[in-house]
Design a protein around this ligand. Sequence first.
Ligand SMILES: [Cu+2]
Length: 262
Amino acid sequence: MRLAYPRSTALDPSVICTNFTDDGQNPPVAGQSASSTSTNNYINFCALTLPKTPLTNGGQITTGSCNPTPIGLIPSVDKMPSVKFNFPKNGGTINANVPFDTTLNIQNFHTGVFTNAQKTYFAAPQTLDAQGLIIGHSHVVIETLQALDQIKPLDNQKFLFFKGIDAPAANGVMTVNVAKGVPAGAYRMCTINSSSNHQPVIVPVAQHGSLDDCVYVRPSHSVLSGYLLTAVFSSRPSSQANGTVPRIFQLRAELNCGGNGN
Ligand SMILES: [Cu+2]
């Protein structure tokens, strides 16, 4: 968690990974690339990129940067985060332009911890809690599709909605309010599970199930107008489109985490 780490600028010999001198090609494997190697944990790697590529200095540098922060603590295989949308469900229908709460079932993740996304972005290693779970938070992003079966890759700079989930999960459920709902159309909704400093979560093995979830939904206009539905929903104590999970958190916008404080 939050620690002020030692300020020495010298590399402690006890943390040098001597295996990093092996390029992995002894003997050579056809089609496999030789790894870069280092005898000092790449401690000055970013010096090679200066001044053209600046250091990732805590800000979200849109023009690219070089990050000198170690990856950090990695959980065991039985502690890899796993998430599934509870609402909306994949292929599910929701009413267009009606506010709703997205709910996510999460396991193996110490949620609700995030740092300043403008000053400490990627600025500290991933850490684990006493149970060995990654400490961090999640996000939900909603992107507009031309159609549910679209095969063209999306433009990652464009999205309809983005929100960091600041509050910890309650009984394994994270909640995100989509305050304006979404217009009629086709959408992809995905999670982005991240460590405290917003880097994507890192797990110990290459072969693993997805650490995130996506659902594809097609909001449509109801018989009732959006105005009427809004009135109905806002009159209910918990503004649930699925009616099963109470929304007990007030979410604060995580400003500019990923560029949109929605
Ligand atoms: Cu974040």
